[in-house]
Write a protein of this length. Structure first.
Length: 94
C-alpha cells in the first residue's frame, strides 16, 4: 500500500469512530430510530418513587379519616399507574 492509501484509510476510520461516538447509546433495534435515553435503573426508580409517594399519601389519608387501607390501596395503584404512564410518554417521544 502506498502512503496515500494509508492516509485515506486512517481518515475514514477516524471519521467512522467519531460518528459512532456521537450516536446515542439507546437505539430502537426494530425501527432503527433513536429513542430518548432512559436507563432501566431510572425507570425502576421512577416506578418505585411514584408508588412510594402514593403509599405515603394514602397512609396519611387513611390515618386522617380513620379508614383501613382504603386510600392506601387506591393511591398505591394510582402512583404506580401514573409512574408507568409517565415512562410510557417519555419513551414514546421521538
Amino acid at each position: 500500500m502506498s502512503k496515500i492509501d494509508d492516509t485515506f484509510n486512517t481518515q475514514e476510520i477516524d471519521s467512522k469512530i467519531q460518528e459512532l461516538k456521537n450516536q446515542s447509546n439507546c437505539n430502537n433495534i426494530f425501527a432503527n430510530k433513536a429513542l430518548p435515553c432512559k436507563s432501566p435503573s431510572s425507570m425502576i426508580f421512577e416506578l418505585l418513587a411514584g408508588t412510594a409517594a402514593g403509599a405515603i399519601a394514602g397512609y396519611a389519608l387513611d390515618k386522617l379519616f380513620g379508614t383501613k387501607f382504603v386510600f392506601l390501596s387506591v393511591f398505591i395503584l394510582g402512583g404506580f399507574a401514573g409512574s408507568f404512564y409517565n415512562i410510557y410518554k417519555q419513551m414514546s417521544k421521538r
